[in-house]
Design a protein around this ligand. Structure first.
Ligand code: FAD
Length: 479
């Protein structure tokens, strides 16, 4: 993956830049020694690494604004960072950038059950948002598998999803308002504490903007009362394609489970060894969860069981207790980590129409055989959000390039069948050069103009989202 050559003039001014940052932040909030900046050299796309010029950890919106004013005046690129769990390289630094981490912005500002929202600083982790309200019977719905670590900042940056987003929607459907600081230090309020705001839907533009438009410091999130009950069912099949067809039939039937998750044999085995979730040994497994009263759960699971039996499942087992349900979900949420213990992998994130699942799963197998690289599948099947994990050996020369070429073919396939390059992980650097497979030049130009408006100097999160060939002239013009 090509990255732009660092600006030597900026790198040579490092001492002055650090001095200026220290004028607006306490000493322990400015990280600049080379052995310290290494901690920020990558996110969860670990194939790419580059220590930043410096990293800063402001503790308030005012401090974020002060940092951005300094960087704007000095013409220094800034990479906003939450917890650095992006799988698309969204928080990857350049050697001439300042990483702006929001980890110290982690307070709950307001909880309002009457109007069903919570306002938090965006460095707060996803799971701890639910943690702040669950004793009172509430929860925050979007649940990325990384929710123990990832921050609301990154969830907004990537418009993140999770297993339970089939029913509740992704981040954008649960975000009511934000405080965002523009690159020149201007503090803006967008949206509010209610469902819709007057004027253009700027919140829709901000959510999923991958740190390109501003630094989000506070967010108002919708919270929901916990459901009366929930129960997952495990449905095993002897082929990926049949499992895919079963998902398509459940969705077509109009039943709305809260989650439909898919795992193939390599993932089932790795996860069992890691988490002992009690999964059956089969080619493909669906975890389907429904919610409601006992009667509603029984009714929905009855319909789902009827559809599944039409596909000759090798296993059809409802969870028998809260402990078993927790184990089933622990397994699913540990799947990426479990695979990571035994293999290097690239995690893709394409979304397709659900009816195309059987065809695309079959085609992925053919492509994987053609490239001689194994692909494991674990993904949010109910909304067609696929995560093929391409397994490779980082120590074998050429393997990464081969894995990336296979990844590009799979993502192009997602676009060809009417889907898109990213469901929830964002574009980052990973899919940057594939954007032209999805968008016509005019579409890309419209997106660039949005960036022109929010960040006319083109300093925020360089080399992400747009192909370098498309942005080069923009950056030169901005200088
Ligand atoms: C094991 C594992 C499982 C995962 N499972 C899921 C999953 O189920 N669903 C899912 O959607 N993702 C998943 N992810 C991907 C990742 O966790 C999400 O993209 C997450 O939202 C990133 O959050 P973060 O705080 O780590 O953000 P970072 O990685 O720090 O940043 C992500 C993006 O947001 C931007 N950003 C960060 N902070 C700000 C800010 N304050 N203002 C503006 N922009 C900002 C960054 O510049 C970057 O572009 C998984 C990752 C891992 C490692």
């Amino acid at each position: 993956m090509e990255m732009p050559t660092p600006d030597a003039a900026i790198v040579s001014r490092k001492a002055r830049i650090v001095r200026r940052l220290l004028q607006v932040l306490p000493e322990d909030a400015v990280i600049h020694e080379p052995h310290e900046t290494r901690a920020y050299e990558c996110d969860a796309l670990t194939a790419y690494k580059c220590p930043p010029l410096a990293a800063v950890l402001p503790a308030s919106t005012d401090e974020v604004a002060a940092v951005l004013r300094v960087c704007h005046e000095e013409g220094i690129p800034v990479v906003p960072r939450g917890s650095g769990t992006s799988l698309a390289g969204g928080a990857l630094p350049t050697a001439d950038c300042v990483i702006l981490g929001v980890a110290r912005l982690n307070e709950v500002i307001e909880t309002n059950y009457d109007d069903r929202y919570i306002r938090v600083q965006t460095g707060r982790t996803n799971l701890s948002v639910t943690g702040a309200v669950e004793e009172d019977g509430w929860f925050y719905a979007p649940d990325p598998s990384s929710q123990l670590a990832c921050a609301i900042a990154g969830n907004i940056g990537m418009n993140s999803g999770g297993a339970h987003c089939l029913k509740y929607g992704v981040t954008t459907n649960n975000l009511l308002g934000v405080t965002m600081v523009l690159m020149d230090g201007t503090v803006t309020e967008i949206g509010g504490a209610h469902l819709d705001a007057a004027g253009y839907d700027l919140l829709g533009v901000i959510c999923g903007s991958e740190g390109q438009l501003g630094v989000v410091t506070e967010a108002t999130l919708r919270i929901l009362p916990k459901p009366e009950g929930a129960r997952p069912v495990l449905i095993g099949f002897d082929s990926n394609e049949v499992a895919g067809q079963c998902v398509s039939d459940i969705i077509k039937a109009g039943v709305l489970p809260v989650a439909i998750e898919f795992m193939d044999r390599p993932c089932i085995r790795a996860t069992e060894a890691f988490a002992g979730a009690g999964y059956p040994d089969c080619e493909a497994l669906l975890i389907v969860e429904v919610e409601g009263s006992d009667a509603e759960i029984d009714n929905q699971l009855g319909l789902i069981g009827q559809i599944a039996r039409g596909h000759d499942p090798v296993e059809l087992r409802e969870s028998g207790s809260a402990e078993e349900s927790a184990r089933i979900w622990l397994g699913r949420k540990s799947a990426f980590g479990a695979m990571g213990q035994i293999n290097d992998y690239i995690c893709l994130d394409g979304t397709i129409p659900v009816s195309e699942l059987p065809k695309v799963l079959g085609k992925i197998r053919e492509l994987s055989q053609g490239y001689g690289l194994d692909v494991a599948n674990v993904f949010h099947a109910g909304d067609g959000n696929m995560h093929p994990l391409i397994l490779f050996d980082a120590n074998r020369p050429g393997d990464l390039d081969k894995a990336e070429a296979l990844g590009a073919e799979i993502l192009r396939l997602c676009v060809e069948v009417g889907g898109c390059l990213t469901g929830e992980h964002g574009v980052g650097v990973e899919k940057r050069d594939l954007m032209e497979a999805q968008f016509a030049p005019e579409d890309l130009e419209a997106q660039l103009r949005v960036k022109d408006v929010f960040d006319p100097a083109w300093l925020l999160n360089p080399a992400k989202v747009f192909p370098l060939s498309v942005t080069a002239s923009r950056r030169v013009a901005a200088e």
